[in-house]
Design a protein around this ligand. Structure first.
Ligand code: CA
Length: 229
């Protein structure tokens, strides 16, 4: 599956390793070694996905993430945070700021490529699941990777898109945070379930008038309901 990936990493040997891993997997690569370069290149080149080191000397990875998300051209570009194990807080911040996923250093090249493939496949909407989900005036069209509410398009990141699709498929059934982590993010080990909360919060903000479709089930998780009768 072809695609262009922007690798943001200040350490040259790590950057070289990431580039090599991605090229071996058939991807084209672009690189940036500083935060400002990353923001500039993301806007001018509009890559298919961004691998973002959270520890940059000149600008924090979370700030880079925020700026990339604020740029219309890259508002929905998949971002994978690359962080060291000790940077737990930054990792969560990155997810709150709109990153789709993260990997920790030292990373497994195979796992990294699997996660990238998954995000890009999802982004292109190539899925064997039912293509069109309709609840009330909310429509998720997976083949076109499009969400509309009252015929107005709602722009979501790949993770938000997947989260909404899954909640719609399981309409009326409570989904626990752990279940969502497993099914949306593919995490076997239990990581911080706040990741789920922050993504649901951002999804609700984007849904606007349809935000009430997503119900919080206190102490358990979330459930998508139809429009109020
Ligand atoms: Ca670094």
């Amino acid at each position: 599956m072809p695609g262009r990936i922007l690798v943001v990493e200040d350490e040259q040997d790590v950057r070289d390793l990431l580039v090599l891993t991605l090229r071996n997997a058939g991807y084209q690569t672009l690189t940036a070694d500083t935060g400002p370069n990353a923001v500039r290149k993301a806007a001018s080149e509009v890559p298919d996905l961004i691998l973002l080191d959270i520890m940059l000397p000149d600008m924090s990875g979370t700030e880079v993430c925020r700026r990339i998300r604020n740029e219309p051209a890259t508002a929905n570009t998949p971002i994978i945070i690359v962080s060291a194990k000790t940077e737990e807080v930054d990792k969560i911040l990155g997810l709150e700021l709109g990153a789709d996923d993260y990997v920790t250093k030292p990373f497994s090249p195979r796992e990294l490529v699997l996660r990238i493939n998954k995000l890009l496949r999802r982004g292109k909407g190539a899925t064997d699941k039912s293509d069109r989900l309709v609840i009330g005036e909310l429509v998720v069209d997976r083949s076109r990777h499009q969400v509309t509410f009252r015929d107005r398009e709602i722009i979501l990141t790949p993770t938000e898109f997947n989260l909404l699709g899954l909640l719609m498929e399981r309409r009326g059934r409570v989904q626990t945070r752990d279940r969502l982590l497993t099914d949306v993010w593919d995490y076997e080990a239990s990581i911080d379930t706040r990741t789920v909360d922050t993504h649901v919060r951002r999804l609700r903000e984007k849904l606007g008038d349809a935000c009430d479709y997503v119900e919080t089930v206190r102490g358990v998780g979330y459930r998508l309901n139809g429009p109020p009768d």
